[in-house]
Design a protein around this ligand. Structure first.
Ligand code: NAD
Length: 517
């Protein structure tokens, strides 16, 4: 999830955050509006079990509190979506398209504001947050473009009879998101869902509840029927109410493997289709004939975007032995230059991790790696920026581990933080086998100048998203999703349409019924 380099040059339009009291620097942002969205308005939930604090990762400061939605609130959100679905599903593709285009335009116009919100709530650098927002409006534009051309087939049958298929929406879809790309995940799910004529109830991660409500407001402003896109806030229990709701037709989930398994179990009981975008431990294979400078840049892209909290990261960096020393030296040098600190500053390239427990978990992976014999070549320490305002933020220095072996925990488990493991290899055959020796299968990359080897290796990789001589670019036109335990179903590209629509076959008799009775 990820970057489209062409977007780096786009510039935006800035204004204050609506409904939020804030300054442009960390330290004064406060939430002052409800975070649930239902029937075309922000609402306080009708019921809920407990309230949760929202932190600003950059400062460790509380920026608000919100109530986890209960069963009644989830039901009201589903009812609201059902009512809007009746109107929206009757619209033509072109009518839906123009509303989605208008929503894309508004996101683009409010780019700076939404990116700032995302940085404050997630901790990623403003530089990256802007790219996320650009990918988000592009997603809406792309699916707006497809909405007008969604169509069935006409099939001629004997005796002048014929049949046709109708591509129909599923109904109310549930979207459940992770915290690393809050706004973008909501767009990746809602844009194809809405383009196909569905309604959606979305539940963001309780760590990043803020920006998705702005998306709901934007859809509303663009002209969707009130209640078409709703937001319920909460954690596991709220997500369960949503997955089990009899009037939810489909669940699209982004998150960890263990939660994905639970979602699939719940969906199975209701015979509901699911899309699962889960975790990974992807391989990045660097052959000795690569352009070293590009391979080093690729390894950084594969490990340190969004503080390393990226599902598709190529964290197992296999390096052919002939260039192991040279590559390691250069990658460590480049990693040490990454500017860590206040994510709202223009030149920061790595902000704060999502929260304290997660920071501690990532640091404990580094500690365990050392205990298991890995060498910390750089980073892997808590980082305290000079600015006293940031002293309670959740920062760490980006880490490169050398001397790793395939059996180490840091090589087997998803760390979801800025920790790269370097693994030497000798032959193509050997590295392919080792690269595939994992239960995950989200992504994989190869750096080489040998074009035949490049294609041979990606053909052999058990992964849904592969990169040759680059890493972690993900334009919206391309399907994104996993193999093996990294999930199934695809987001983005034309493929996503299959996961948000169903085909109805209609047979038409032009003569008399020939009965067998
Ligand atoms: P998580 O599984 O803890 O939570 C994800 C979402 O599921 C949250 O909204 C959470 O509240 C909800 N949830 C938790 N338990 C639930 C339950 N029992 N029923 C219904 N909903 C429930 O994941 P996370 O920590 O938020 O995100 C990190 C994980 O997400 C990593 O493993 C990462 O690789 C993965 N991820 C995958 C992709 C992808 O596209 N493949 C993208 C981003 C993140």
């Amino acid at each position: 999830m990820l970057l489209n380099p062409s977007l780096f040059l786009l510039c935006g339009f800035s204004r204050g955050l609506r409904g939020m009291a804030m300054s442009t620097a960390t330290g004064t942002f406060q939430l002052d509006q409800p975070l649930n969205y239902r029937g075309g308005a922000r609402v306080h939930p009708e019921d809920g079990d407990h309230s949760e604090v929202i932190y600003e990762p950059a400062t460790g400061r509380e920026i608000g509190k919100f109530l986890f939605s209960g069963e009644k609130e989830v039901d009201l959100a589903v009812q609201s979506a059902q009512a809007a679905f009746k109107i929206w599903s009757q619209k033509s593709g072109m009518e839906r398209s123009s509303i989605l285009l208008e929503a894309a335009r508004i996101i683009r116009e409010r780019r700076e504001e939404i990116a700032t919100m995302e940085t404050i709530n997630n901790g990623k650098s403003i530089f990256e947050a802007r790219v996320d927002i650009d990918i988000s409006w592009q997603t809406l534009q792309y699916f707006a473009g497809l909405a007008g051309s969604l169509a069935g087939q006409h099939v001629q049958l004997p005796g002048g009879s014929f049949a046709y298929t109708r591509r129909e929406p599923l109904g109310v879809c549930a979207g459940i998101g992770a915290w690393n790309y809050p706004f973008q995940i909501a767009c990746w799910k809602s844009a194809p869902a809405l383009a196909c004529g569905n309604a959606m109830v979305f539940k963001p991660s309780p760590f990043t509840p803020i920006s998705v409500v702005t998306l709901a407001e934007i859809y509303n402003e663009a002209g969707v029927p009130k209640g078409l896109f709703n937001v319920v806030q909460g954690g596991a229990a709220t997500g369960q109410f949503l997955c089990k709701h009899p009037n939810v037709a489909k669940v699209s989930f982004t998150g960890s493997v263990p939660t994905g398994m639970k979602i699939m179990e719940m969906a199975a009981k209701g015979v509901k289709p699911v899309t699962l975008e889960l975790g990974g431990k992807s391989p990045l294979i660097i052959f000795s004939d690569c352009v070293l400078e590009n391979a080093v840049k690729g390894a950084l892209m594969a490990n340190f975007l969004t503080q390393g909290e990226v599902c598709s990261n190529g964290t197992r960096v296999f390096v052919q032995r002939e260039i192991l020393q040279a590559f390691t030296k250069e990658v460590v040098k480049a990693t040490q230059k990454i500017k860590v600190g206040d994510p709202l500053l223009e030149d920061t390239r790595m902000g704060a991790l999502i929260n304290k427990p997660h920071l501690e978990k990532v640091l404990s992976f580094v500690k365990q790696a050392k205990e298991q014999g890995a060498q910390v070549l750089c980073g892997g320490e808590p980082y305290v920026p000079d600015d006293p305002k940031l002293s309670n933020g959740f920062y760490m220095s980006p880490c490169v581990l050398g001397g790793c072996t395939d059996s180490m925990t840091c090589v087997k488990e998803e760390i979801f933080g800025p920790v790269m493991s370097i693994l030497p290899f000798d032959t193509e055959e050997e590295v392919l086998e080792r690269a595939n020796n994992t239960r995950f299968g989200l992504a994989g990359g190869v750096f080489t100048r040998d074009i035949q080897r490049a294609h041979r290796v990606v053909a052999g990789l058990q992964a849904g998203m592969c990169f040759i001589n680059n890493y972690n670019i993900s334009p919206v036109e391309l399907p994104f999703g996993g193999y093996k335990m990294s999930g199934f179903g695809r987001e983005n590209g034309e493929a996503a349409i299959e996961y948000y629509s169903q085909l109805k076959t209609v047979c038409i008799e032009m003569g008399n019924v020939e009965s067998v009775f």
